[in-house]
Design a protein around this ligand. Structure first.
Ligand code: PBG
Length: 326
């Protein structure tokens, strides 16, 4: 107790503060999402996601080698196909946009490549799977996810990241991969994925807003923490190699709990709306953007995330490498 205990002794100088810092971010713990659009010839920005671009296929290799040089952990690829249909069949086409993008990324650099595995970017109705009466039909969709996983693995993906929140998706994907000889391909499971309004800018970018209805029959209710524990436990049992919580900053309690209860790597996705909030506040002069970026990432790490998927990955990595993390 005061006056014997004086916490300020540990905060006297920058060197002392650095020495007693408990967590430290490394660029290789950051994952940069990349959008690859089959419909464009030049990179395209979306107003709601400032500073992030959809890339044409021909830019993917160069972007991946740039990110590799920054020391980033991995890229997470999203494809925007030219052709959409009710089943989303472009998602498992071996010549599909994401499959070609994986091959480009792998041939241009050594950076690990993760692929988002869902159907919402590929279906003409914008839902995450096959529909029956306006709702996504769980079990037939699992078979489609298996096909996507195999095609992404065949293209060279290091890990597939199923984001559709179908029940049993991790087990179905694991067995499809194993059956086709892809025992070495990992599964980064979007395990506790909430039905969040913070995905808004992402949906503008990829055009995956459902034409009717929403995703609340499969994504989680933001009020539910106990259900999140069950989701995480099931994905661990089904064979996930890493567990993901999404979004990140409004859900730090879920991340902290997951860290305590699991030995698998925990990943947090700082989503498009979280990024947009900080960017816009920065642009308005309401926040120091760089400081807000670094603080938000530090807090996500402190809660228990080993990996952070973030639209700030490239920028934060450049900052960390500059040794400016005081
Ligand atoms: C689904 C998917 C979504 C995001 C990642 N994967 C959107 C959704 O569930 O509607 C959101 C990512 C973000 O907002 O940054 N394929």
């Amino acid at each position: 107790m005061y006056p014997q205990e004086r916490m300020r002794r540990l905060r006297t100088t920058p060197r002392m503060r650095r020495m007693f810092r408990e967590g430290s971010l490394r660029p290789e713990q950051l994952v940069q999402p990349l959008f690859v659009d089959e419909n464009i010839k030049e990179k395209r920005e979306v107003a709601t996601l400032p500073g992030q671009y959809a890339l044409p296929l021909c830019d993917v290799g160069e972007e991946c080698s740039r990110l590799d040089r920054l020391g980033i952990g991995a890229v997470l690829l999203f494809g925007i196909p030219r052709r959409k249909d009710p089943l989303g069949s472009e998602a498992w086409n071996s010549e599909g946009i994401v499959q070609r993008a994986v091959r480009e990324a792998k041939s241009a650099s050594d950076i690990p490549v993760f692929t988002d595995l869902c159907l919402c970017e590929y279906t003409d109705h914008g839902h995450c799977g096959q529909l029956r009466d306006d709702q996504v039909d769980n079990d037939p969709t699992l078979e489609l996810y298996g096909r996507i996983a195999v095609s992404q693995a065949r293209a060279g993906a290091d890990m597939v990241a199923p984001s559709g929140m179908m029940d049993g998706q991790v087990a179905a994907i694991r067995s499809a991969l194993d059956r086709e000889g892809f025992q070495g391909t990992g599964i980064m499971a979007y395990s506790a994925k909430f039905a969040s309004c913070f995905y808004g800018p992402f949906r503008d970018m990829v055009g995956s807003c459902p034409s009717h209805g929403d995703r609340r029959s499969h994504q989680m209710d933001p009020a539910n923490a106990r259900q999140a524990r069950r989701e995480l436990r099931l994905d661990a049992q089904e064979g996930a190699d890493a567990l993901m919580i999404k979004p990140a900053l409004p859900y730090l309690d879920v991340i902290a709990r997951a860290r305590m209860e699991h030995d698998l790597p925990i990943c947090a996705y700082q989503v498009s709306g979280e990024y947009a909030m900080l960017r816009c506040a920065g642009a308005q002069g309401a926040l120091d953007m760089k400081a807000a970026m670094m603080e938000s990432l530090q807090c996500i790490q402190r809660a228990g995330a080993d990996l952070i998927i973030t639209y700030f990955a490239a920028e934060a990595a450049a900052y960390l490498r500059g040794g400016l993390d005081g």
